[in-house]
Design a protein around this ligand. Structure first.
Ligand code: TXA
Ligand code: MG
Length: 312
């Protein structure tokens, strides 16, 4: 085991939290068996206790030990997409504390596809709770440098390079034959329906309408400068944009490659707000709105934006 990994295990065993890389974003991890560690996550992130954490596991077997039952649908999704960017919400059992789930009777489970995260979980031998390693409502980190910018020397960071996917996992809730997407991500509704269909489950996956957890509330992922979403330059004349906001803005035009945009999205939010611009004006092509591979990106963009001038 590398020195850094043994140091991380030591911190976790002593009731601390460490930052770990995953393929989506960096997470701030603590042992699910340490109440102190879980408290440390909430205090470091300044996250309110009413926002539940997801639990990271090595495999489906570890996940199935944390829930009341491991339904066939969960097994199909885990076999198809794990390790990978899918979080599965199921009814929890007593091994998962109410502190982790904010009192909900369900828990989000995810098996990350990153060798460092995998090794850390295996060495610990049990699940790690980990939200994204950023202050509450702020931009998620996709590099170790982002985490260090956010928390300074307060948090030990395991190096894992740049996150390949760049936006957080797709969250899917399973309740009987009812399968709902709570947060869109790289794994799309079609991906999930197709995986189920292959195993003879002809299920229409819905998008959850009302937020069941505060992480799904309106403003999130926000960089320091206000974001304005536009699809043509004329919209900058809109009366809702003050002169002050347009004093010294920076601009970013999104490419049409969803995977690339997702990968660089949060780094761009950080880079573009660095010199204190009055606004970040993001030029988008609203045709991509209906494309499932863009849903995760649209979800993050609209939650991060202070002004959304798209006609749709
Ligand atoms: O890709 C990811 O999922 C990353 C990496 C680190 O794994 N993690 C992540 O965690 O994005 P976090 O805490 O930033 O976002 C998890 C979201 C939150 O919005 C939380 O409210 C929601 O999942 N959540 C957690 N448990 C839930 C539950 N039982 N029911 C509904 N939503 C839940
Ligand atoms: Mg987060």
């Amino acid at each position: 085991m590398s020195n850094d990994l043994s140091k991380a295990c030591q911190i976790l065993k002593n009731g601390g939290a460490v930052a770990m890389p995953t393929e989506t974003v960096y997470g701030l991890a603590a042992s699910i068996e340490s109440e102190d560690g879980i408290h440390k996550i909430f205090s470091t992130k300044e996250r309110p206790f009413f926002d539940p954490l997801i639990v990271h596991v090595s495999d489906a077997e570890m996940a199935s030990n944390l829930v009341m039952s491991w339904p066939k649908i969960a097994d199909i999704l885990a076999k198809t997409f794990w390790p990978g960017p899918l979080t599965i919400i199921l009814k929890k059992n007593e091994k998962v504390s109410d502190l982790i789930t904010s009192g909900l009777d369900s828990v989000g489970l995810r098996c990350p596809n990153h060798p460092v995260a995998q090794e850390l979980i295996s060495k610990m031998g049990h699940g790690l709770a980990a939200p994204s390693a950023n202050k509450f409502t702020k931009t998620s980190p996709t590099s170790s440098a982002h985490v260090k910018d956010e928390f300074g020397s307060d948090v030990f960071v395991l190096e894992g390079g740049l996150c390949e996917i760049g936006i957080e996992s797709t969250i899917v809730g399973i309740d009987g034959d009812n399968v709902k997407i709570f947060r869109p991500g790289k794994i799309t509704k079609d991906d999930i329906e197709n995986a189920l269909k292959t195993h003879n489950y002809d299920i229409t996956v819905e998008y959850a309408k009302s937020p069941v957890a505060p992480g799904q509330l309106e403003h999130h992922y926000m960089p320091d400068a206000p974001i304005v979403l536009i699809e043509n330059d004329n919209q900058l004349q809109s009366s809702i944009l003050s002169k002050d906001l347009l004093r010294n803005p920076v601009h970013w035009t999104l490419s049409n490659n969803a995977a690339m945009v997702a990968r660089e999205l949060y780094a761009k939010f950080r880079d573009l707000s660095k010199d204190g611009p009055s606004a970040i004006i993001i030029h988008v092509d609203s045709k991509t709105l209906d494309d499932q591979s863009w849903h995760g990106i649209w979800n993050r963009l609209t939650k991060a934006a202070s002004f959304n001038l798209l006609s749709k």
